[in-house]
Design a protein around this ligand. Structure first.
Ligand SMILES: [Zn+2]
Length: 333
C-alpha cells in the first residue's frame, strides 16, 4: 500500500448523502459487513472509502491524523487495511484466495480488517464466486467496501450481500470550486472543464492534464473556419492522443449537447466553451462524431478518417450557418 493522500470527510465535496449514511452507521455499534459504493467515475467513491477507513482506524474515530493508527494508515502501512486492485487487467481468483487465508484471523491492531476493492467490476467470474463465499459467512471483524460504476458487471448475489451507497455526479459549481481550491486551476479553466466533465472530478483532471480544452478549441476553430491548413493540422495531432481519443470524442459530444440545449433554450451555452455550434449543425454532427468511436475500435487509419470527418463537419457548419443567416432560404430548401 503506497502512501495515501487521504482526505477527511470535511474535505470531500458534493457527496453529503453518502457521507451521511456512513457517519450514521459509524455512530451505531454494528456496521454492515459489506458496502457497495456505486456511481460514475471520478466522483469520490474510492476517496470516501479510504476516508471512512481512516475514521474507523483512528483512536478517537475522527481521523485526527495524530494518533498512532492514523499515522500508520497515512503512511500506507496499517496492517489491517487490504486494498485489492486488479493484478493486471482483471482481478483474479488467486487474489481472493490470498485474502481468504487472512479473513478468519483476527485483525492485528484494529477492531476490524478493512478491505477495499477499488474496481470490483474487474473481478473475473471465478474471483467473484470465491468472494461471494466470503461475503456469505463473513467473520464479524471484517469490513468490505466494493467500488463500482454500476451493478451490471457484478454478480447479483454479491450486490444483494452489500449495503449500497450511491454517489452522484458532482454539481458543476462544486467541481469548479474543488478544481480551483484544491488543484490550483485558474477560475477560467475550472469553469470550462467543469462544463465538460459531467460531474466527474477525475475526468476534469484528466482533461486538464492533457490540455483538452485547447485541443477542443483547435478542433472547433478548424471546422468553423474551414481552413484546409487548420483541418490538416488537427487531423495530424488528434491521433497522438491515442488511448485518450475516446475521451476527446466524448468531450466533443458534450460540447455539441450544450449547443443543442442552448438552441432549444433549455440551458445557456457556457461561455467558457469554444464557439457555439450553429443550430442545424448539431444533430447531424452528433451522429457523425458517434462514428468516430467505431473508427477507433476498427483501427482505421485515424489521420485519413479525421481528414474526412473534419472536412464533412466544416461543410456542415458552413451550410448550417448559411441557413441561420437566411432562414427563409433554408426553409424553402
Ligand atoms: Zn487518529
Amino acid at each position: 500500500m503506497p502512501e495515501l493522500k487521504a482526505l477527511s470527510f470535511d474535505e470531500i465535496k458534493g457527496q453529503d448523502r453518502a457521507l451521511g449514511i456512513l457517519l450514521k452507521a459509524q455512530g451505531k455499534a454494528r456496521l454492515p459487513h459489506a458496502y457497495l459504493f456505486l456511481g460514475p467515475e471520478g466522483v469520490g467513491k474510492e476517496t470516501t472509502a479510504l476516508s471512512f477507513f481512516w475514521r474507523l482506524l483512528c483512536e478517537g474515530k475522527t481521523a485526527c491524523g495524530k494518533c498512532v493508527p492514523c499515522a500508520k494508515f497515512l503512511r500506507g502501512n496499517h496492517p489491517d487495511v487490504e486494498i485489492i486492485s486488479p493484478a493486471s487487467k482483471s482481478l483474479k481468483i488467486e487474489q481472493i484466495r490470498a485474502l481468504e487465508a487472512k479473513l478468519y484471523f483476527r485483525p492485528l491492531e484494529a477492531e476490524r480488517r478493512l478491505i477495499l476493492f477499488p474496481d470490483a467490476e474487474a473481478m473475473t467470474r471465478e474471483a467473484a464466486n470465491a468472494l461471494l463465499k466470503s461475503l456469505e459467512e463473513p467473520p464479524p471483524y471484517n469490513l468490505f467496501v466494493l467500488v463500482a460504476k454500476s451493478t451490471e458487471g457484478l454478480l447479483p448475489t454479491i450486490v444483494s450481500r452489500c449495503q449500497i451507497v450511491r454517489f452522484r455526479p458532482l454539481p458543476q459549481k462544486i467541481l469548479e470550486q474543488v478544481l480551483v481550491e484544491r488543484f490550483g486551476l485558474s477560475e477560467e479553466e475550472a469553469k470550462g472543464l467543469s462544463c465538460l466533465a459531467e460531474g466527474s472530478l477525475g475526468r476534469a483532471l484528466r482533461l486538464a492534464e492533457r490540455g483538452f480544452l485547447e485541443e477542443l478549441s483547435r478542433f472547433v476553430k478548424a471546422i468553423s473556419t474551414g481552413k484546409p491548413s487548420q483541418i490538416v493540422a488537427v487531423a495530424e495531432t488528434l491521433p497522438k492522443l491515442k488511448e485518450d481519443l475516446p475521451l476527446f470524442w466524448e468531450m466533443v459530444l458534450v460540447w455539441l449537447r450544450q449547443g443543442l440545449l442552448s438552441h432549444l433554450e433549455l440551458d445557456e451555452f457556457p461561455e467558457m466553451l469554444p464557439e457555439k455550434p450553429p443550430r442545424d449543425f448539431v444533430v447531424p454532427a452528433m451522429e457523425r462524431v458517434q462514428q468516430a468511436f467505431s473508427a477507433i475500435q476498427m483501427n482505421l487509419n485515424q489521420e485519413i478518417f479525421l481528414l474526412e470527418l473534419l472536412t464533412f463537419l466544416a461543410e456542415l457548419w458552413r451550410k448550417a450557418l448559411h441557413a441561420e443567416v437566411s432562414p427563409v432560404g433554408a426553409r424553402a430548401a
